[in-house]
Ligand binder design. Structure first.
Ligand SMILES: *[C@@H]1O[C@H](CO)[C@@H](O)[C@H](O)[C@H]1NC(C)=O
Ligand SMILES: *[C@@H]1O[C@H](CO)[C@@H](O)[C@H](O)[C@H]1NC(C)=O
Ligand SMILES: *[C@@H]1O[C@H](CO)[C@@H](O)[C@H](O)[C@H]1NC(C)=O
Ligand SMILES: *[C@@H]1O[C@H](CO)[C@@H](O)[C@H](O)[C@H]1NC(C)=O
Ligand SMILES: *[C@@H]1O[C@H](CO)[C@@H](O)[C@H](O)[C@H]1NC(C)=O
Ligand SMILES: *[C@@H]1O[C@H](CO)[C@@H](O)[C@H](O)[C@H]1NC(C)=O
Ligand SMILES: *[C@@H]1O[C@H](CO)[C@@H](O)[C@H](O)[C@H]1NC(C)=O
Length: 799
């Protein structure tokens, strides 16, 4: 007994001395691992942290008792949601005991599972002394201390994410993860093809196909070049992506000092994300595919992908098929019925507006329905055929027949002008006009998590065990004291460190519940009112961490707190550069409050009245607002209507970038429309901006927002708000009338805001006016979608 305590005492003394002489020497996290040492999975402090704390590298849990050696953005409290950027062993996780990453004297870096087997190695060797270091740009590299030669670096072996300046090169690819919670290799890949073009490919065990860029575009039509064989792509720290095949894009937040990652997501889309720092959420600033159903393999074989903005992307089996696994649609559907090859026993079921991509026996021009049916019936393995008039081939006024070997990449699209005829048994009893019923929302998370072997080879128990345990106990106590001490010094140094750390530590969880007393303190008892309307009064407030907030006190006493919380946190999850950032909410008693980021420049309405907005700013606001709304309507999986788009609800940040606000009051619409939910059984919206559907009691769709947006555009052009209710409608009619008689530019000159003093880009202005007129069409079908508006404005094509 006495001996361990004596040791403990000695150790404590030693530790105290060393801690006192240099407070951080024992606990400061390091960014390097030296030769001969290792990171152990059992020691949670065995993490490399880059010099300024942006990146961490260590063991990361990927399942129950399953870990991967990973690099992630250092985010406190990220739990399972850390922004992982690299993994060494994504397909072979290691056990939670006795696993370690060891840097051998020989120069090899090994990942050892449960003290037994090597699951990953860099296979490097060096005669010199070497180190492993995590750089501030997220690169983990192995280098020789003398001379600094780099033996190996994680930047050369990307998993599914690229960081700024990290190149994607020949023979390397980004591979998506299997699902949001399963980090193992999935089916989607970004790579340089043998013709030097950067592509996205779906690569499952059974099939493989390219879906980006569009395969039917000739390479040079898609703006790609096949002649540069250097095969390298990367994006720079300002947000400019370049690829050696001439493909480039620029992030809309170009030049801003933000964190960015380019990632191939588990749904097969390639996205550029950005965020200001770990306090903020990742925001999609660019994506390769705007139509999610065009991503191959998304619903597996024998199924159809249907993308309805109101319900997101859905998968459903073709008639006569059933899903293999409802939790993993990539497996698709299998036949329920026995197939027959005998011509007397088969018939064809027509599915309109359905397209299956690829896997045909060929294409047969000028085939009638009967001819095509005969052709398919002759082939036992023909699963059905597509019949359509082709725009791609000449002559285009004849039907083309495409008998199908397999039914893959199916998609339903009301705009597709072809039909599929599915081969079914005559006895199946499908009526010829089939309507599909069974729909399932696509969820890219796989629930079953694999548990690794939990048996470990035990070490021999012998007489020394007791003293080992005592020693461990001693170390534990020492650790405790050293933590207390270090903590003390950290607190003491907080004032100096605080400023430096602020960028990286989100003190509280980013979207959270506030207490009423916190809110009262922040708003100094609701003293500084900055706005009214939209169901509440808005106050300016300063949160305890010095962030400036706009706090909205809602008029209506809402339903239960739980329901309110659930609803509001849905909006907290929406993130886009052009949507207002929501920080949290408060629900106490009958008070319901929302906490947003404060916008320096107030609303568009105020700015249009003053003369702060020149032409460039106005055009940017038009585009940004359209992007925000398009995101609400289409890109986030839970579809949201705004229902009250107006200049008062478009806020401007310090750079005059627009942020759509107040969408928190319209529900995400899982099915049905604005009127389904009880809270909105009455009409929502503001007179002067409301689409005719409201008045005529027609179904409310996303096109109501398009209409209101059109009015906002007119206001941006003319600088006039609707003073009398009818004024805008009258303006619309007047402009339309004038357009019939006169040239567009003379009409523009008549209506343009005099505050612009004639300084504007004529071509862009024409587009703006034309888009506005399209948006305010009385017929909602004739209005474009917000997505189309964005495209028209960005590419400046006439609608
Ligand atoms: C992690 O992220 C997902 C989706 O982004 C979200 O649904 C979930 O609530 C997050 N979990 C935590 C603990 O933040
Ligand atoms: C992005 O890079 C490309 C190619 O290097 C260049 O042509 C383009 O001007 C850059 N864009 C910006 C906004 O700097
Ligand atoms: C090929 O692409 C690389 C990287 O974009 C560029 O530096 C190089 O100049 C290109 N070569 C030719 C011949 O265009
Ligand atoms: C399919 O065929 C098998 C064996 O030939 C038979 O047992 C089964 O009942 C058939 N199923 C249907 C739906 O006809
Ligand atoms: C298509 O076929 C019909 C009869 O089968 C024929 O009269 C017609 O000329 C053909 N059209 C073309 C463009 O080949
Ligand atoms: C992830 O998915 C793969 C493929 O379906 C599966 O083999 C693996 O066990 C899964 N891993 C985890 C941790 O669930
Ligand atoms: C688990 O590990 C033990 C010890 O190595 C081995 O005997 C056993 O077969 C393993 N079980 C599985 C399912 O891999």
């Amino acid at each position: 007994m006495a001996i361990p305590f004596f040791f403990l005492y000695l150790l404590l003394l030693l530790l105290l001395l060393s801690v006192l002489s240099s407070p951080f020497s024992s606990a400061a996290p390091s960014d390097t691992l030296s030769e001969g040492s290792s990171l152990s999975i059992e020691n949670t402090n065995d993490v490399l942290i880059s010099q300024s704390g942006i990146f961490s590298a260590g063991f990361f849990p990927v399942g129950d008792n399953a870990y991967c050696f990973t690099i992630w953005f250092t985010e406190p409290f990220c739990d399972n949601n850390c922004s992982v950027i690299w993994m060494a062993n994504r397909d072979q996780p290691v056990n939670g005991k006795k696993s370690k990453l060891s840097l051998l004297h020989s120069g090899n870096l090994l990942l050892i599972d449960a003290g037994r087997s090597i699951v990953w190695a860099t296979n490097t060797a060096s005669q010199f002394s070497i180190k492993l270091r995590l750089h501030d740009n997220g690169n983990l590299f192995l280098y020789e201390k003398e001379g600094g030669r780099v033996l190996w670096q994680s930047f050369d072996y990307p998993t599914d994410t690229l960081l700024p300046q990290q190149p994607l090169t020949k023979d390397r690819q980004l591979v998506s993860s299997r699902s949001r919670s399963n980090y193992s290799s999935g089916f989607y890949k970004l790579y340089f093809d043998s013709d030097n073009v950067l592509r996205l490919r779906y690569d499952s065990p059974e099939t493989s196909s390219i879906y980006w860029p569009n395969t039917w575009l000739l390479t040079w039509d898609g703006g790609r070049s096949t002649f540069n064989s250097s095969r390298i792509a990367f994006f720079d720290s300002l947000g400019n992506f370049t690829s050696s095949d001439d493909f480039t894009f620029t992030s809309p937040d170009y030049g801003m000092r933000v964190q960015r990652i380019l990632k191939i997501d588990c749904d097969g889309n390639l996205r550029l994300y950005s965020r200001e720092n770990v306090r903020n959420k990742w925001i999609v600033s660019w994506q390769a595919m705007s139509q999610p159903c065009r991503i191959h393999g998304i619903c597996g074989p024998n199924s159809m992908c249907n993308y309805v903005p109101s319900s997101g992307r859905r998968c459903s089996c073709l008639p006569g098929f059933k899903a293999k696994d409802y939790s993993d649609w990539s497996l698709g559907c299998e036949p329920e019925l026995n197939r027959s090859c005998s011509r007397d026993e088969i018939s064809y079921l027509k599915l309109s507006n359905v397209e299956f991509f690829g896997y045909e026996y060929g294409f047969f021009p000028n085939y009638t329905l009967q001819m095509c049916e005969d052709l398919c019936s002759k082939m036992c393995n023909c699963k059905g055929f597509q019949l359509r008039f082709s725009r791609r081939y000449y002559p285009s006024n004849i039907p083309y027949c495409y008998p199908k070997k397999a039914l893959l990449n199916g998609q339903y699209s009301p705009h597709f002008d072809g039909d599929i005829y599915l081969k079914v048994p005559k006895t199946s009893g499908f009526s010829s006009s089939y309507k599909h019923v069974e729909d399932s929302v696509l969820d890219c998370s796989v629930k079953n998590v694999v548990q690794l072997n939990r048996t470990y080879s035990k070490s021999h128990q012998n007489g020394t065990l007791k003293s080992v345990m005592w020693f461990a106990f001693g170390v534990g106590v020492v650790e405790f004291f050293s933590i207390v001490l270090v903590w003390y010094f950290l607190i003491r140094n907080q004032n100096n460190l605080g400023a430096a750390n602020q960028g990286y530590f989100c003190v509280e969880s980013c979207f959270r519940k506030f207490t009423l007393s916190e809110i009262k303190r922040a708003t100094k008892g609701f003293t500084e009112e900055i706005g009214r309307g939209g169901g509440g009064i808005v106050y300016k407030g300063i949160l305890s961490d010095d962030r400036v907030a706009a706090i909205k006190l809602l008029h209506e006493a809402y339903q239960g707190e739980e329901e309110f919380r659930a609803e509001v946190s849905t909006f907290g999850k929406l993130n886009h550069m052009n949507l207002i950032e929501m920080w949290g909410y408060c629900a106490e008693g009958k008070h319901r409050l929302l906490v947003y980021k404060y916008m320096e420049h107030g609303s568009l309405a105020e700015n249009l009245l003053s003369s702060t907005l020149d032409w460039e700013k106005r055009f940017d606001i038009a585009v940004g607002t359209a992007k925000g709304l398009a995101y609400l309507h289409e890109e986030c999986l839970e579809w949201v209507l705004h229902c009250d788009v107006k200049p008062q609800n478009i806020l401007l940040d310090s750079d005059y970038q627009p942020k759509v606000s107040d969408f928190g009051l319209s529900r995400p619409l899982k099915r049905g429309n604005c009127k389904v939910s009880s809270r909105f059984s009455r009409i929502r919206g503001t007179r002067g901006y409301m689409a005719p559907e409201w008045v005529f009691n027609l179904p409310i769709t996303s096109k109501v927002d398009v209409y209101s947006y059109g009015i906002v555009l007119l206001e941006i052009v003319t600088g006039k708000g609707p003073t009398v209710e009818m004024e805008h409608q009258r303006l619309v009619i007047q402009v339309r009338e004038k357009m019939k008689k006169e040239a567009v530019d003379s009409v523009i000159e008549m209506i343009i805001d005099p505050k612009l003093e004639g300084k504007y880009d004529r071509a862009k202005m024409e587009i703006l006016v034309m888009v506005a007129l399209n948006c305010v069409n009385e017929d909602r079908e004739a209005r474009p979608s917000m997505k189309q508006v964005v495209e028209m404005l960005l590419h400046q094509e006439s609608p």
